[in-house]
Write a protein that binds this ligand. Structure first.
Ligand code: B12
Length: 149
């Protein structure tokens, strides 16, 4: 079954090239992509995930304000009943040069399932999402069988 991902650039960020490339790469890999474009609010991500019954939300941020823009995002997803949606973030996630492992830890602590830097090849994120969603559907399948049994 085709899996739907929501893609967008969060906050006031207007960098569009990265998500355009990601949109094409995820589509070519067989995903249904809903591209919300630039300057997308947290609520817009949540609304789109509900409207399209999405499996994943991919957040992009390039301009250095991702930390502020993503505060409270996972609390909002929880409030909206979207706790099962897989969330990734990628791009230039901090201002200037910093230790990416620290940045990754920060965003993992916010609730993102995976965190990617701006050097990430889209294929890497696609393979990760395929693996994460396959894992999730086999867990669901196992759960269904246990309930049915
Ligand atoms: C073009 C550009 C602009 C253009 C954007 C035009 C447009 N509409 O897209 C303009 C001139 C408008 C602009 C403005 C600004 N910019 Co600018 N911009 C760039 C630049 C030169 C290229 C960005 C780009 O298109 N890259 C090409 C694409 C293919 O790569 P990408 O965006 O990195 O995306 C890839 C990866 O990051 C990754 N990825 C991205 N998101 C995600 C999400 C997920 C889930 C995954 C898995 C992967 C992933 O995959 C993408 C595809 O391969 C970069 C510098 C650079 N070389 O990156 C600065 C840069 C991003 N800009 C920067 C800044 C500071 C700004 C401004 C704040 C400047 C200012 N003071 O006004 C403003 C912000 C305006 C705003 N509201 O957003 C900084 C950010 C610094 C930081 N984060 O620490 C950078 C890094 C320049 C720098 N070295 O200082 N910018």
């Amino acid at each position: 079954m085709t899996k739907t991902v929501i893609l967008g650039v969060i906050g006031s960020d207007a960098h569009v090239v990265g998500i355009t490339i990601l949109e094409r790469a995820f589509e070519a890999a067989g995903f249904d992509v809903v591209n919300l474009g630039v300057q997308t609010s947290q609520q817009d991500f949540a609304d789109a995930a509900i409207d399209h019954d999405a499996e994943a939300v991919l957040v992009s941020s390039l301009y250095g304000h991702a930390k502020q823009d993503c505060e409270g995002f996972h609390e909002l997803l929880l409030e909206e009943g979207l706790e099962d949606v897989t969330t990734y973030i990628g791009g230039n996630l901090a201002v200037g040069q910093d230790d990416f492992e620290e940045t990754r830890r920060f965003f993992r602590n916010l609730g993102f399932d995976r965190v990617f830097d701006s050097e990430t090849d889209p294929e890497e994120a696609i393979e990760a999402l395929q693996a994460d969603l396959d894992m999730r559907s086999s867990e669901d399948e196992r759960e269904r069988k246990t309930i049915e049994a």
